[in-house]
Design a binder for this molecule. Structure first.
Ligand code: NAD
Length: 303
């Protein structure tokens, strides 16, 4: 698993971060980005990230921005597509990758929510195609969800998981191509209930966030929900579910409160208002606090 040749298609937020994660582990990465302006900024972005993390800047020299997709994938062992979230575009890109990449290369999409099966429809050989759902920023969040479709060969999934483990990520195997994979299903199950609590007048948005941050949010990094259920006992968990589940929101569609916010232009921090009002500069403060928190966790893990 050393010296794999990696090709990333799309050099945006996720693409350059994924490239960085592989380069830091010593792999050569070609990254295809059609926008000349963006392409030129990739090495600088990576160097700034490495500097902030106190890592060797030499890793940036392993990343080679490319204009042409065919050149980027010509000798690749692994190709990861990270272009915008558009099914037709992703299908076109994957078909072009299949035509230009070596037949042994593993092909992956970094889609957030589009079914991997749909993206891979145009491929002649679907056995080597899968999802690899990285989380932002890819060089600081350990998880990568490796999504197997009904066509993906077990050996291809195992090889991808082996490679991701070797570069220090925490890959997990998603055995069915379900919408939202694992992480986003869990995350949005909670967001739906959070919105329902506000919509139903139980509390305001600040209170929802305070409750999560000051209680189970603190435990989550060391105690997952099912570990927690085992810790308190499955009998207690069953008793809690008997009481609480009938009252939880089960709407199969986005809640009216969310639709109203969007319709009235309350689009969140970028608009100065969403579930709550945001003052000028608060967005930058929160982003900086989050980055510092993730870096501290990364430092702790690396000792
Ligand atoms: N942003 C996140 O937090 C996040 C997290 C997980 C997954 N994703 C998914 O990753 C993918 C990329 O998201 P992003 O946030 O990096 O988007 P982005 O807009 O930052 O980057 C996409 C890049 O693809 C390039 N591109 C456009 N057309 C292209 C083409 N034909 N060929 C090659 N490159 C092309 C764009 O110029 C841009 O640089 C999306 O599918 C997104 O849903 C995003």
């Amino acid at each position: 698993m050393t010296n794999q040749r990696i090709a990333i298609i799309g050099g945006g937020l996720m693409g350059h971060g994924i490239a960085q994660a592989f380069a830091v582990a010593g792999h050569r990465v070609a990254i295809q980005e059609p926008d000349a302006g963006r392409r030129a900024t990739i090495p600088g972005h990576v160097r700034r990230n490495l500097q902030a993390l106190g890592e060797d800047l030499a890793a940036a020299d392993l990343i080679h921005p490319q204009e042409s997709l065919a050149d980027a994938v010509a000798d690749a062992d692994i190709v990861i597509e990270a272009v915008p979230e558009d099914l037709a575009l992703k299908q076109r890109i994957l078909a072009a990758v299949e035509a230009a990449a070596p037949p042994h290369a593993l092909l992956a999409s970094n889609t957030s929510v589009i079914p991997i099966t749909r993206i891979m429809e145009p491929l002649a050989d679907k056995t080597r195609a899968m999802g690899t759902h990285w989380w932002n920023p890819p060089y600081l969040i350990p998880l990568v969800e490796v999504v197997q479709t009904a066509d993906t060969a077990d050996a291809a999934v195992a090889a991808m998981i082996g490679l991701l483990t070797a570069i220090g990520k925490t890959p997990v195997h998603v055995r069915k191509d379900v919408p939202g994979f694992i992480g986003n299903r869990l995350q949005h199950a909670m967001w739906r209930e959070a919105i329902a609590l506000v919509q139903n007048g139980v509390c305001d948005a600040e209170t929802v966030d305070a409750v999560v941050k000051a209680s189970f949010g603190r435990r989550l990094a060391v105690l997952g929900p099912l570990e927690n259920a085992d810790l308190v006992g499955t009998d207690l968990t069953l008793a809690v579910h008997e009481h609480v589940l009938p009252d939880l929101d089960r709407s199969p569609a986005p809640l009216p409160l969310l639709r109203d916010l969007v319709a009235s232009g309350r689009l969140g921090m970028k608009a100065g208002a969403g579930f709550r009002n945001w003052a000028e500069g608060e967005r930058e403060e929160i982003s900086a606090a989050l980055a510092a928190h993730l870096r501290r966790l990364d430092d702790l893990e690396r000792g």
